[in-house]
Write a protein that binds this ligand. Structure first.
Ligand SMILES: [Zn+2]
Length: 260
């Protein structure tokens, strides 16, 4: 393990350049976290392979450039999800939730999602190998399970293979991240409520071959939209459905934020 130090023996990666690719440096994540904060992202990269943190920051920066007013999701390792939820003010790590000051919706969310389901869901998903990362919609946080925070190379290889097999529309880690960000974009812009998009999704499932996008895109309309945006943002030659969905998201964004 290489630890870069300055003349005083302090690690230089702290606040180091965002492009730092010293994959062995244990402080790599901390430097990237500052970059994320500048983009308005609550990130906990402390357990991330530096290349994974870089991939997240690149995807966030690209999204911000294309859709400046979209709120970017938080990001953390699955086992540390609670710490990012706490930073977002959604969960108090030190005390039981104060039910008196909470809206009934929040109460229900907390009781149902966080206290009972989310923790189990995150844990279970992290243990299963086909879960690369997941956007937890109610909290707008992307969680990455341990095996994928640790081994960037393997994640990149598995993703490329999954695309070859038609399982997913994206063949890179960057694409996976754009897929997850798209869940947040969809929640903010309501893309899945657009009648034309619903019609296209139904047609895709009923008549189309998954090879027009991916098998994952067939599971539900949210996955359909995320697969489309992921491909649109990350692949060199997005296929027609991905191009359509990409354009639809940009059009809807311009409609909702006309001053830009
Ligand atoms: Zn998804």
């Amino acid at each position: 393990m290489i630890i870069k130090t300055d003349s005083e023996g302090k690690c230089q990666a702290q606040g180091g350049p965002a492009t730092c690719e010293d994959t062995d440096c244990p402080e790599g994540g901390a430097a990237k976290q500052e970059v994320a904060a500048k983009l308005g992202v609550i990130a906990d990269y402390s357990k991330f392979h530096p290349k994974l943190a870089i991939a997240f920051n690149d995807a966030f920066a690209n999204t911000k450039q294309m859709l400046p007013d979209i709120k970017l999701p938080g990001v953390t390792s699955a086992d540390d999800a609670y710490s990012v939820l706490a930073q977002k003010g959604l969960y108090d790590l030190n005390q039981d939730p104060d039910y008196d000051v909470m809206s009934p919706e929040t109460k229900k969310e907390l009781a149902y999602r966080l206290a009972e389901h989310a923790a189990e869901k995150i844990k279970k998903a992290a243990e299963s190998s086909n879960f690369e990362m997941e956007h937890i919609g109610s909290y707008d946080v992307i969680c990455v399970p341990k095996q994928n925070t640790d081994d960037y190379q393997k994640l990149e290889e598995r993703t490329a293979q999954a695309r070859k097999e038609g399982k997913v529309s994206v063949g890179s880690v960057q694409g996976l991240i754009n897929h997850e960000i798209a869940h947040g974009i969809n929640n903010q812009l309501g893309i899945s409520n657009i009648p034309e998009v619903r019609t296209l999704y139904k047609a895709f499932v009923a008549y189309s071959n998954p090879s027009h996008l991916s098998m994952r895109a067939m599971s539900d309309i949210d996955e359909f939209i995320s697969e489309g945006w992921g491909e649109y943002m990350s692949e060199a030659t997005p296929r027609p459905i991905a191009q359509y969905l990409g354009k639809t998201i940009i059009d809807k964004y311009n409609e909702m934020y006309p001053e830009r």
